[in-house]
Design a protein around this ligand. Structure first.
Ligand SMILES: [Zn+2]
Length: 141
């Protein structure tokens, strides 16, 4: 696969590894692709003539994770003006600004959507279901 096809902004461009649509590529993604060239080989498919294969999906898993992030999550972050880097100097202040909310969640975890999701996922057959129930009962007194 030529690098120019990775850089194209055609919405129909397909990932050379997982064959999912790739709408754009960052310099980081291009660097990742170049690093994979020596570990993959051309293996054209009818629907993706630029398909490449590797001895294991683990070779290109991070590449695919990255293009999914760039195609799905990054546009949402940009649209919502989320910061693109973490200011560790302000991290403590940021966390402590949520102190009241965090204390409320500790006191009544059932009020947390995420706690309830986690509990439901543990209840759905996981051997860890006992652990989360014990956590709830023991930690609330
Ligand atoms: Zn992919």
């Amino acid at each position: 696969m030529e690098v120019s096809s990775v850089q194209a902004e055609e919405p129909t461009l397909l990932c050379p590894f997982c064959d999912e649509p790739v709408s754009s590529s960052s310099p980081a993604l291009l660097t990742m692709y170049h690093d994979l060239e020596s570990q993959t080989w051309s293996d054209p498919l009818p629907d993706n003539p630029h398909h490449h294969s590797a001895k294991s999906f683990t070779v290109f898993a991070l590449y695919c994770e990255r293009h999914r992030f760039e195609n799905q999550s990054l546009p949402v972050a940009i649209k919502n003006n989320w910061p693109m880097s973490i200011d560790f100097g302000k991290l403590f202040e940021c966390v402590t600004s949520y102190c009241d909310d965090l204390e409320a969640l500790i006191e009544e975890p059932e009020e947390s959507e995420f706690f309830n999701r986690a509990r439901r996922s543990f209840h759905s057959g996981s051997s860890k279901s006992t652990n989360i129930n014990n956590f709830t009962e023991e930690s609330t007194g």
